[in-house]
Write a protein that binds this ligand. Sequence first.
Ligand SMILES: Nc1ncnc2c1ncn2[C@@H]1O[C@H](COP(=O)(O)OP(=O)(O)OP(=O)(O)O)[C@@H](O)[C@H]1O
Ligand SMILES: [Mg+2]
Length: 147
Amino acid sequence: MSTPILDVSNLSKRFGGVQAVEDITFKVQPGELMGVIGPNGSGKTTLVNLITGFIRPDQGSIHYREREITGWMPYRISRQGLARTFQMVRPFYHLPAFKNMIIPLSSPRVKELPGGRYGDRDAVAKDLLEEVGFERDSPVISRSSKK
Ligand SMILES: Nc1ncnc2c1ncn2[C@@H]1O[C@H](COP(=O)(O)OP(=O)(O)OP(=O)(O)O)[C@@H](O)[C@H]1O
Ligand SMILES: [Mg+2]
């Protein structure tokens, strides 16, 4: 078996009287897809928050690509390449779609990616928007203005 890309060991987190995550251990291999299921309040989101640094564990360790990331801040973890998405997508509603694309393309991690595709940020933003049917200066429709 190859080296796991994610190695979670004996992870626990308590909120007052609630043991949200208790002694969780698992590994994810490169290319593997893993789902986490459980009833409401069983600790799924807490587990994701622990792995991505949004909260610190009481116990246990997290290794990503063999590097220990336990207790790191989320921005440091995401720069290593480990990122999460959220259930509710929240673009910057006051900015046009084009500027919403520029923000993620400004991250240090994107800048490190090899290849010409990421050389010209504005061109990449425009290309990506056109791929999904936007035009360069399309506004993001805000929830309040939506009829
Ligand atoms: N910041 C917090 N402070 C106090 N208690 C919390 C906090 N976050 C989560 N909890 C509690 O920890 C437990 C696990 O919650 P969590 O949100 O991780 O569950 P979940 O599996 O994601 O649930 P759902 O399916 O509803 O999204 C719940 O009892 C919840 O009330
Ligand atoms: Mg949840």
